[in-house]
Ligand binder design. Structure first.
Ligand code: MV4
Length: 452
């Protein structure tokens, strides 16, 4: 049975290439879309057809809903895959696809809306007895209300934008004296960045591990999890290294994370591919943080340890196929690590766009490189700076670390600065090797944050 005849990929770069590969293996024809400056991009060359959707600016191309729907109509596709970023978590886009008779390869608009409304998601999880960080009941609309909540939960605490994401619009408050100012700053930031000023409060957890669980759900109430990923190595909310399983975590903690994620997905009637994000404190207390309703950049580490192709599953589920396996059939095998190679200065992380003059990607046993660039290609300044994802898989974490070190040693990119030297330093770090790290690790390594 054919899932779809033809799919349009509303994205660019390595994720567009990744989706095209899945479609080709499923015998589905592909349509790439591109902006003026990406006429010769790899995703355009690899797709069966392509359509120019506008000028370089994302706003006028990859985020242009009428342009994308028109491209889908003239190429007669039956579905659209949004990738990550851009329109992947835009409920209006998912709805527009549906009303145009096009399947949106992702969760329902309702799922996406709830994922985007973090204070409401928090309240739903509380009702289902999923642990959340102590904080406000729903949004805090006034400074007086915030002070009242703060008196109850204590300092430090954190304002978060209800409709925020990726860590933007968050403000730590250390005392009542700071609260008023932080409230108005956070409110203004939320309004300008997300168009909604709503804030909620949470007790601030220092030194946390960011651990997320991959879930799959069909429309018949079947939900499975595919284990967890530790994404604690990040800087300014940009993840840099992810791995699966989570290092050091006991089997009991991993089981608990998986069960909580499945419970969370059921609580909201989730379908398709998603991620439940948790904060894990130094005492291994687990708190629900938010739910991400897209396929994530770091999905390959989960693919490596489960052997499951997440993009194919996404497409199958969107076509209405039931989940093909039960939880007991999901087996985690070995250990996988991903390093994000960005065209950025490896110390300051400032973008380094330009022409790649030479590139030699690593290979050999257990090595995967997801990229859409090669020598001679321009890394544009207009989009995110990710140029390649280097993923290794080995029998255990020790071997995965050695394999990643070996692969990073082989990787040559010239013409633009990259984060490869940063990754080489991390892979030699004693604390990283021991699995002893949290979200402060990258800043400390670069000397920008003292050890408390
Ligand atoms: C937190 C937190 C501490 N306490 N929530 C960042 C991403 C977003 N999804 C959730 N994030 C956090 N939520 C509570 N209650 C710490 C983070 C966080 C973080 C905060 C400030 C600076 C860097 C950070 C890196 C990772 C996570």
């Amino acid at each position: 049975m054919k899932l779809f005849d033809k799919v349009l990929i509303a994205n660019r770069g390595e994720i567009a290439v990744r989706v095209i590969r899945a479609c080709r293996e499923l015998d589905i024809k592909t349509v790439a879309v591109y902006s003026d400056i990406e006429r010769d991009a790899m995703h355009v060359r690899l797709a069966d057809e392509s359509v120019c959707i506008g000028p370089a600016s994302s706003q006028q191309s990859y985020l242009n809903i009428p342009g994308l729907i028109t491209a889908a109509e003239i190429t007669d596709v039956s579905a659209i895959h949004p990738g990550y970023g851009f329109l992947s978590e835009n409920a209006n886009f998912a709805e527009t696809c549906a009303s145009s008779g096009i399947v949106f390869i992702g969760p329902t608009p309702k799922n996406i809306r709830l994922g985007g409304d973090k204070s409401r998601a928090r309240e739903i999880m509380k009702k289902k007895h999923i642990p959340v960080v102590p904080g406000s009941k729903g949004v805090v609309s006034t400074e007086e209300e915030a002070i009242k909540v703060a008196k109850k939960i204590g300092y430090p605490l954190m304002f978060k934008a209800s409709h925020g994401g990726g860590g933007r619009g968050m403000k730590v408050v250390n005392s009542e004296g700071e609260l008023k100012h932080a409230f108005y700053i956070a409110q203004r930031e939320a309004l300008t960045a997300f168009g909604v000023k709503d804030l909620y409060l949470e007790k601030y957890i220092p030194e946390l591990r960011h651990i997320e669980v991959q879930i799959l759900a069909d429309g018949d109430g079947n939900v499975v999890h595919l284990g967890e990923r530790d994404c604690s190595i990040q800087r300014r909310h940009q993840k840099l290294i992810e791995e699966s399983p989570a290092p050091i975590a006991s089997d009991r903690i991993k089981k608990k994370l998986g069960a909580l994620a499945v419970k969370a997905a059921r609580a909201i009637g989730y379908r398709n591919v998603g991620t439940v994000e948790f904060a894990v404190d130094p005492n291994w207390n687990i708190y629900f943080i938010e739910i991400n309703t897209r396929v994530q950049v770091e999905h390959p580490v989960t693919e490596a340890v489960t052997g499951i192709d997440l993009i194919k599953e996404q497409i199958r589920l969107a076509a209405g196929m039931p989940l093909g396996y039960k939880q007991s059939q999901v087996k985690i095998s070995g250990h996988a690590i991903e390093c994000r190679v960005n065209a950025e200065d490896p110390v300051s992380f400032t973008p380094s766009p330009g022409t790649i003059t030479f590139m030699y990607p690593p290979g050999g046993p257990g090595v995967r490189v997801d990229t859409a660039v090669c020598a001679g290609v321009v890394v544009p300044a207009q989009y995110d700076s990710l140029v390649a994802k280097l993923i290794v898989h080995a029998r255990d974490r020790k071997e995965a670390v050695a394999r990643m070190r070996r692969a990073l040693g082989e990787f040559i990119i010239e013409g633009v600065k990259t984060t490869i030297p940063f990754h080489r330093r991390v892979l030699e770090n004693e604390d990283f090797i021991r699995g002893n790290f949290n979200t402060s690790f990258a800043e400390r390594l670069n000397g920008t944050k003292p050890k408390s």
